[in-house]
Design a protein around this ligand. Sequence first.
Ligand SMILES: Cc1ncc(C[n+]2csc(CCOP(=O)(O)OP(=O)(O)O)c2C)c(N)n1
Length: 712
Amino acid sequence: MASDLDPLEQHLVDGLRALPAAEGGPPPPAEAAVAWRAQAASRAIDHAARWLQERRLGFYTIGSAGHESNAYVALALLPSDPALLHYRSGGFYLARAEQAGRDGVEDVLLGMAAAADEPIAGGRHKVFGHAELAIIPQTSTIASHLPRAVGVAFAIERAARLRVASRWADDAIVICSFGDASLNHATAQAALNTTALLAYDGLPLPLLFVCEDNGIGISVPTPEAWVEQSLHGRPELAVERVEGDDPAAVFETARELAGWVREHRHPAVLHLRTVRYLSHAGADLETAYRSGAEIRADYARDPLLATGRWLVAGGARSGEELADDYLSVRAHVRERALAATEQPQLRTALDVVRPLAPRDTAAVAALAAVAPEGGGRERLTLAQAVNASLAVVLERHSETLVFGEDVAVKGGVYGVTRGLRARFGAERVFDTLLDETSILGLALGTAVTGFVPIPEIQYLAYLHNAEDQLRGEAATLQFFSQGAYRNGMVIRIQGYGYQKGFGGHFHNDNGLGVLRDIPGLVIASPSRPDDAGPMLETCVAAAKADGSVCVYLEPIALYHARDLLADGDDLWTAEPGLEHVPVGAARTHLDGRDLTIVTWANGLPMSLRVARRLLERGIDTRVVDLRWLAPLPVDDILREANATGRTLVVDETRQTGGVGEGVVADLVARGYGGQLARVASKDSFIPLGDAARLVLLSEDEIEAAAVRLVAR
Ligand SMILES: Cc1ncc(C[n+]2csc(CCOP(=O)(O)OP(=O)(O)O)c2C)c(N)n1
């Protein structure tokens, strides 16, 4: 008999042994026995995690103890239904693994030990996920997975209608679980609202949310009945509440709700009341904010004891058997947990980053092969070029979708998406609700299903509302799933300053720091109309071939520009480009030998104008357009910098955190030994009207800096 039982385990074992013999009740369904095995193993894993940590062998981990009633939710679904799970989903995971014939215990233990052989994140994080189990791994940013869940539900239906190859069955439903404190998060509220709105609008949305309500978020209690109050008032959402220590009711209610969602393709919420045992996570000392009496009072609601009661009452097992069962599982799990800590972890930085952003340049080039379209070869502005290339991409790749605020019927604030809805239909080109988090959520969900979404963020400043969906969700998926799940997408963002006639900082944003530091993200930023098409094609190809998450950043101020040096010269229009532009390839304009200007976007036409003024002063300049801000075209920059030995970085983003910082740092790191200077915009938000010119980098400043540099 184990003598080192934790009080919670002791209560469980004693409680099981004390269960009265069969009362002649109806036998429980076969699923109850599966749930018991999943629940017992999950609980044993949580105790083993503590035991390891006491020996300094484990890592910070969040347990599932008290939430194991979610095993019944798994058993109420098909194992192929896509699942995006709360971090307390040990019961769910193990039950689904058993349904699919997998040894889920090993998966979870390897995850806890950060072992490189762990099947989903490969030692990068302890997450619940597996491609064979249709479980998409989640990071533990609160509620950040809910918008993707909405997107997956949307995508199941849209893929069936458009006959796009989908990862999920046509009759699949999405399950997405989260905690009670998480319900209050802006991201959760956004997703619930979007769910309700889409359903209200008549769209099929087979989505079952599960709010696992243990009444507390770390140390802060959720007010009594708040979850009901918050959920019940919503339109379109059927909500059922059930107690986690009533397994028959949990199973039945979950089955009914799942069946209803599957049949009606309509969203619903299961409000599953749970308890939280063993504190919030690894280092959290629950006794600092809850009394011993409160903690012990929860023991009576143990979902394992409840399953035991069900099994015993129906005559399936005896309490003694179940207690012995638990103890033997416990011993076995401990042994295996210890063995897992001896498994190798990731060894090199290269191993860590390998799945982050794979690049198969040949595959991308083959997919992006730019060929002349049937249409004419007339000269286009940047806006027209983006519009034309979106049409090419929609034509060529049937799995592409274009959506965002005002993109469809209106055709975009600047007309960039004009005509696409009429040509490709409202199923592929559509207006969304006014919520950037949900726009990106739709991209995340459709991408992981098999689409290549091309969402638009209307203005760069609006991205910041929703940035976590890009940073914490889109960019991490391949990293935490070793590529088993991918969400290749191309996010079009209209941005930068210098707009004439439409001012203010919300329409003129030149801060790209939030994008540049996202590992693996591809950032394309065309300046010339003839680069716009090939670069968009490359992004779509990279999204398809490599699962790349691409941002395609369009300089609004150049959308309708036609001229460069003089009115009517038409030098800023061009025929569509026909040559493939690989990710990270710069383009050099002019071939001066005195000075290299490195720039991009609005900086390119400004620098080309300055180059002409410099030539009049006898300074012969070449101008490098970066075209890609991530990965930066470092080889190209270095070659062009060395060609003159004098390099000026012309950076329309801000002095602090601007893209030019990276260019300068890379040049220095790569041993560039020539003259080097940088000019950038001021550290300011961009004001309305003419005052904008006071903080944005000007051509005069560029010229003065160039002259100073050459005179050194
Ligand atoms: C965006 C964000 N803010 C804060 C946290 C820190 N955090 C992790 S878990 C948690 C509590 C969540 O409580 P609840 O949703 O009730 O789930 P529970 O842990 O109780 O199951 C918090 C605040 C986080 N992970 N992400």
